[in-house]
Design a protein. Structure first.
Length: 372
């Protein structure tokens, strides 16, 4: 188990090093990712210390680690929130750390209210019970688990709201979302919440029917955490951060739709003739500069069109161009897709299926047979 803990500690330290030396080191998002790794690093260090003589010499260490579980969902939510607020930090954010602070103060208060010998004695008894696979039950542990689950669920819901806001901005400003989208955070956060549900269920099962080896369960949980640490940092290090100017996000306008008919016709004509959609990195700002108009004006034009957003507009033109080439040429499907602005095979296949109801190969075969 010490080897697994060492691997986890190494992953956290390496991730912190990579994040701090990267080009995004000054972003709030990066700093929060560093904070997440520090929290996990400290937790793994506590696990190591509990198996050493150091913890017996400093019993306070035996009472602090559980409070770190109150931080995970909070910092994951902060990371989600920071994607749209990359430069500012409001002092009221610190209020979200109140449960952790209260838990920490309670642990310190309990430490000073009982002798060190008693703490060590209870810890050794707990270790022996786990080794002997005795049935364990504690109201304190139950309350802690319930508090952790409640906090984790609340902040998971808050993370969903932040990612939805972020995705809305992306769809309004970018034609390709490769490595920009942050939906992976929600998947990761949901798995993290599940990680705490598993021990609660097994805890009660083992209380009634002591058939599960608690030692093996703890080893499994530590291994899963190390694996989660690897998954999180892999995604964070590949995440592309974008800066959206506030002036690019406009409020609902009351102008009539037909007022934008001429502008919309000009936009469509420009896309047909100049084929700006073939740029795989095309953004709202870049297209507005090509058209020599302000990004706010382009946003309004799209808003009053048949397209849902900028993402839908550009990918509609990409798919229409690809459909024509699939019928008229024998070029490989993915070469056609890349030539028309797609930079991801999975994104292309998904969007093509959404727009046509068919896979690219099925569309080509059906329409070629029809034309013959």
């Amino acid at each position: 188990m010490n080897i697994i803990l060492g691997i986890g500690i190494g992953i956290n330290l390496l991730a912190v090093f990579q994040l701090l030396k990267g080009k995004n080191s000054k972003l709030i998002s990066t700093k929060i990712a560093v904070l997440i790794n520090i929290v996990w690093f400290v937790r793994l260090i506590f696990f190591l210390l509990k198996d050493s003589e150091i913890a017996l010499k400093f019993p306070l260490l035996l009472m602090l680690d559980q409070n770190l579980l109150l931080l995970d969902s909070v910092v994951l939510w902060l990371y989600s929130k920071s994607l749209l607020h990359t430069t500012k930090f409001k002092f009221k954010i610190l209020l979200n750390f109140l449960p952790f602070t209260i838990g920490l103060l309670l642990s310190i208060s309990m430490y000073f209210s009982v002798p060190d010998e008693f703490i060590v004695e209870q810890f050794i008894k707990l270790k022996n019970d786990i080794t002997n696979n005795k049935s364990l039950f504690s109201i304190d542990v139950l309350v802690l688990f319930l508090v952790i689950i409640t906090i984790s669920t609340v902040y998971f819901v808050k993370s969903i709201k932040e990612i939805k806001k972020f995705n809305s901005v992306l769809y309004n400003h970018f034609s390709s979302l490769k490595n920009i989208s942050a939906n992976w955070i929600l998947k990761f956060h949901s798995l993290w919440v599940s990680l705490f549900l598993i021990p609660i269920i097994l805890y009660f099962i083992n209380y009634m029917y002591p058939v599960i080896n608690i030692g093996i369960l703890l080893s499994f949980m530590i291994t899963i955490q190390v694996l989660f640490s690897f998954i999180f940092n892999s995604n964070v290090l590949s995440q592309i951060y974008v800066s959206i100017p506030k002036k690019g996000i406009i409020k609902q306008d009351t102008k009539p739709i037909n007022q934008f008919k001429n502008e919309l016709d000009e936009l469509k004509k420009a896309l047909e003739t100049e084929k700006y959609y073939q740029d795989e990195n095309l953004s709202l700002v870049k297209l507005s500069s090509y058209l020599n108009i302000k990004s706010v004006e382009l946003t309004e034009i799209i808003k009053y069109s048949e397209f849902e957003n900028f993402y839908d507009l550009i990918n509609t033109y990409r798919i229409e161009s690809i459909k024509r080439e699939l019928i008229s040429s024998s070029e490989q499907i993915m070469i056609i897709a890349y030539d028309n602005g797609f930079n991801s095979k999975s994104a292309f296949n998904r969007i093509f299926k959404e727009k046509t109801g068919q896979t690219p190969s099925a569309f080509r075969n059906l329409n070629r047979n029809t034309s013959q």
